[in-house]
Design a protein around this ligand. Sequence first.
Ligand code: ADP
Ligand code: MG
Length: 385
Amino acid sequence: MILPPSTLGMLGGGQLGRFFVAAAHELGYRVWVLDPDPHSPAGLIADRHLVAGYEDYAALDELAQGCAAISTEFENVPAGTLDYLAKFVVVRPSAAAVSICQNRIAEKNFLRQHGLPVANFVAVHQEQDLREASADLFPGILKVARFGYDGKGQAVVGSAEEAIAAFQHFKGETCVLEEKLQLACEVSVVLARDEHGLSKSFPTAENSHRAGILDVSLVPARASDALSSRAAELAGRIAERLGYIGTLAVEFFVVRGELVVNEMAPRPHNSGHYTLDACLTSQFEQQVRTLCGLPLGDTRAHSAAAMVNLLGDIWYESGPAGNRYREPDWAQLHAVPGLKLHLYGKHHARHGRKMGHFTVLDADPGKARELAMAARAAIGILDAP
Ligand code: ADP
Ligand code: MG
């Protein structure tokens, strides 16, 4: 076991890294963060911030020398970087697991090989692959195989011609074309798996998106208990087949009452932010625990929860003279009973940028949702979730 006051390393300095730093500090560890952005949210609160790129080997050497174990908050860390660090120090999750999750083709092939339900898809390396694509894949969604997030690098396409145009727009980048499913809803499972192969999942969340970005997560999900447990079971099987150690998130589509795996994230996940306030252990504490070889924490929720993301859009107030940039009225949120606000310390709000979130807790799931929806409108998110 790696125990305090050891130093832990974190690749990536976004909000997920920041919550990891806070959880590790709470347990008595020190944390060094590596991120090229000098203002990164996690770097600001770390014991040391190495302002360097993910392939800066001098900085990686320093990180490996200074840290007892290293994790990542960012699935696009080059697998070579994780492999290199693993020569000197404990790295969790492994490069092999991360490289499957960071490429949609590798991810879908992995799921299919292990008999897990996925949407029909085809890998697209060239226009010819789209001309030959089966008609059942239309209407479909063309997605870049790497580096897509929050709905970026995706296009809904009705025909092979439209798909070719979108492929050209993505500059011939390797893509997957998958069938567009009729979603009844979306759910996700966050779990942690330790070095002995034991895993514990958090309660299944129900998620809704706005413009491709997570908007609201509800826990418990308004799905049957059977569906929620089946999602946890499938996520557990994925973690096991990946030989995964760490916190893992799995996103699912619900289609005609059945689960289809959408994608995995080899790190804590936005839809697991509710665990910070509603569970005995958070997804970030589990990340620390699995990294250090501590026993897994208890994942029970003590409350129902409704989480709402706060994007940079609410910093822009539209008025007769155009858009005005101002700080949202946080006092309104603090007045709501059971509401916990988290702001990520980002210096400038941009449209679509994740700036913070809040979670409303209540014994009654309907009440938590109702209070959260009213607070969401009060802070300026006006369209229906
Ligand atoms: P990202 O990496 O941006 O999260 P996803 O593949 O999860 O990419 O897609 C973002 C959202 O787009 C999903 O949460 C879902 O709402 C919608 N979506 C993605 N793929 C499909 C699909 N095959 N059918 C229907 N909706 C989809
Ligand atoms: Mg997604």
